[in-house]
Design a protein around this ligand. Sequence first.
Ligand SMILES: Nc1ncnc2c1ncn2[C@@H]1O[C@H](COP(=O)(O)OP(=O)(O)OP(=O)(O)O)[C@@H](O)[C@H]1O
Ligand SMILES: [Mg+2]
Length: 322
Amino acid sequence: MIPLLEVKNLAIQFLTLDGVVHGVNQISYQVELGETLGIVGESGSGKSISVLSILGLIPSPPGKVTQGEILFQGQNLLEFSSQQLQHIRGREIAMIFQDPMTSLNPVLTIGKQLTEALQVHLKFTSEQAKNRAIQLLTQVGIPNPEKRLKNYPHEFSGGMRQRVMIAMALACQPKLLIADEPTTALDVTVQAQVVELIKQLRTQEKMSVIWITHDLALLAGLADRILVMYAGKIMEQATVHQLYKNPRHPYTIGLLESLPRLDQIRQDSLPTIEGIPPNLIDYPSGCPFAPRCRFALEQCFQENPPLESIEPNHQVACWVKT
Ligand SMILES: Nc1ncnc2c1ncn2[C@@H]1O[C@H](COP(=O)(O)OP(=O)(O)OP(=O)(O)O)[C@@H](O)[C@H]1O
Ligand SMILES: [Mg+2]
């Protein structure tokens, strides 16, 4: 069976006055039906642009997909017209972001926004759409849904707004939900509730999920597989179990070591990865992580290591492979 999503050799660049920014550098990955893929990496590693490109949402200019294929159910989305993409967006693939206000229209009631999507995409009558909207708000745990339909986005708390956005994302029962740091702006308790909600819904709706985060710990109970990105490259790709038990890329090891643990009483003693990511304009010819890597060899500064399989479902781009 073909994967739901298959990204092959994707490269994204930005033409800026300072030069060409190599935002994403030939990454390949797949998302299977019903699977949750976590993407982790520090700020600027290319997590957002790699998924925005799926729906043709890279700001262009300055951005451009310069290479690769994005196959959704076997069809290359990069060859779709904007009208064809419009049809996929929301209906087959939905996205939720860190800030719900970027997806919600502040001047329309949430009832209007929810029912409109249903009327446009699924040709629901206004009565059908209203019933479905109530059902959706109930599903995401919003009390008094019928009354809440008449409220504007600003009348909801941050956590509730995030739930409304999830309801909108689910409205047309997409096959793939892309969540780009949807809980980063929420406090820890609400964050846990939203994660729980999405876990529950993905089972009910049999959705595949791509979940982007800085927080490797958050993915432990959520993802099936994890991609570790650095400087627009995939450094390691493995099942959650393998990644935690047997991390092989020094960058992944660094990320895992910097997670707070309950047995560490002094939080300020947490190890961090020294140094900063490379300049994406003068992209290094060796491994982009080499200057920060405690295991780096001479070869690491000269040649970029390819992503290689080391065991089933586990790939690493590293000459040392610790
Ligand atoms: N509009 C733009 N113009 C120029 N460069 C850009 C633009 N958007 C993104 N980039 C480049 O692409 C890189 C990847 O950006 P992206 O937003 O995907 O990072 P990210 O991993 O999502 O980071 P964060 O965790 O902060 O959200 C950035 O480091 C930046 O250099
Ligand atoms: Mg981002």
